[in-house]
Design a protein around this ligand. Structure first.
Ligand code: ADP
Length: 192
């Protein structure tokens, strides 16, 4: 099973993905976490992407596609993988389709979290104080939102056109409330 958790920055993808990982025993693959790990290690990749991420821009497609290609086979073992933060452009979505096609797999479900922009910004500014993520400043948040609208939203159309089920879930309220909604939206799919 391959799932995608989709939504703008601050929509709670990582929080919900961690819960789904436990519940569905599906591997949570977060490209943001992987890249932050590389930056923290100071690896070649980390040095290449650090400044891009700090500015709120997307790292180049070929680079992130290579990262996912290297990790996907292991993540798919067992019950499958839940992708968080990928694909973020239509080119990435096409590259993912090709990778999965080669293995006889496909995207089985997409969960899209909807949260009003004002609340997203509040959450990210709050996270800046709690976690100290360097890309959670007002200017950088604004740039990440722009990138989301300019490049990432199109990913939903990509899957819609393919007839893949997209479950739209209200991402407001507590993490527990959102999880109940995500769970209800996926109950038909996971029992298939
Ligand atoms: P958020 O969803 O809160 O913006 P993430 O942790 O998913 O944060 O990603 C943080 C940053 O990592 C992005 O702003 C971007 O610079 C980079 N990044 C993560 N995933 C991708 C991707 N699929 N394509 C391009 N850049 C990515």
């Amino acid at each position: 099973m391959i799932g995608i958790i989709f939504g703008p920055p601050g929509s709670g993808k990582g929080t919900q993905a961690a819960r789904l990982e436990k519940e569905m025993r599906i591997h949570h693959l977060s490209t943001g976490d992987i890249l932050r790990g590389e930056v923290a290690k100071g690896s070649g990749l980390g040095q290449e992407v650090g400044r891009i991420m700090a500015a709120g821009d997307l790292v180049p497609d070929d680079l992130i596609v290579d990262v996912v290609r290297a990790r996907l086979p292991e993540a798919e073992e067992g019950a499958g993988a839940l992708l968080d933060g990928f694909p973020r452009t239509e080119a990435q979505a096409r590259a993912l389709d090709a990778m999965l096609h080669d293995e006889g797999h496909k995207v089985d479900f997409v969960v899209a979290l909807n949260v009003p922009e004002k609340l997203l910004v509040d959450r990210l500014l709050h996270r800046a104080q709690v976690e100290g993520r360097t890309d959670d400043t007002r200017d950088v948040i604004a740039e990440r939102m722009r990138e989301y609208h300019k490049l990432t939203e199109a990913v939903l159309d990509h899957y819609r056109k393919q007839g893949i089920k997209i479950s739209h879930v209200e991402g407001t309220g507590s993490p527990d409330e959102v999880f109940d909604r995500v769970h209800a939206a996926l109950s038909g799919i996971s029992s298939r």
